[in-house]
Ligand binder design. Sequence first.
Ligand code: PEP
Ligand code: MG
Length: 311
Amino acid sequence: AEWARISSWSGPGQTSDGRPVSILANVQDGAGARSARETAAEGVGLFRTELCFLDRDSEPGVDEQAEIYAEVLEAFSDRKVVIRTLDAGSDKPLRFASSPDEANPALGVRGIRIAAQNPGILGRQLDAIAAAAKQTQSQPWVMAPMIATAAEAESFAAEVRARGLTPGVMIEVPAAALLADRLLRHVDFLSIGTNDLAQYTMAADRMSSELAALTDPWQPAVLDLVARTAAAGLAAGKPVGVCGEAAADPLLACVLVGLGVTSLSCAGAAVSGVGAKVGTVSEEQCRRAAEEVLTTSDPVEARNVAARVLG
Ligand code: PEP
Ligand code: MG
């Protein structure tokens, strides 16, 4: 019965008392976007563009990139689509953009940092996104991965706005969460990547199964940074989403809503489970769960108190 109720969830995302929460899908190409369109996802909260190019030796030209991005925009025409610029490096090396000989790739030239080392690469990608937007008559939001400073957010935002697009940044580095209010002076939205935020907060490799207990997104320290980020968004009147694995856990999704997050983006397969669960709890329950979770000392306790409040 639980499964039937969940699989028949049809959106839109909202709590039982009607607080809207956009439930979005993470995609990596046009085919993924078209299958996500079959779910009740209201849009795309994270398009991981680097995954389109893992097999390339050289940077795809602007026209070819535009074609690929347009496929995703087409699948969700008239819907929200958040495109992430290349998050090359570390666990997703791109032969044409990553530095091959780094001792600590997760702490190396990855995400937005590739832009400084590869002159023009960001500008060309933004040109391609702008062309795809024009061609499909859509208005995608564009965000940068691995932002650590306000200066990075400022220069990224300028490049995005120069092309008539809407800029945001990902919150994946603890420094960015702590300075969320200052990043928000430059950008129109934030999106929290809990996979990397957990990795960098806990100083534990997200790829290591031995360290999975440390990179658990229920870690109270990680949720504290989510809370600060969401609070900064509320204060600035700007949306703050979560697009990491945390958003795919229905119980944790409710906690994120209680912390003030305004959208949740997860794998297409998780969309209806998350949407259905959020629909069973009130905003007040989410707030109470969030408050209690922030008083806990470990992820098991955090999950238990949330389960008590949220059923
Ligand atoms: C994240 O870090 O949580 C995220 C969404 O980005 P990725 O998993 O692609 O690093
Ligand atoms: Mg990430």
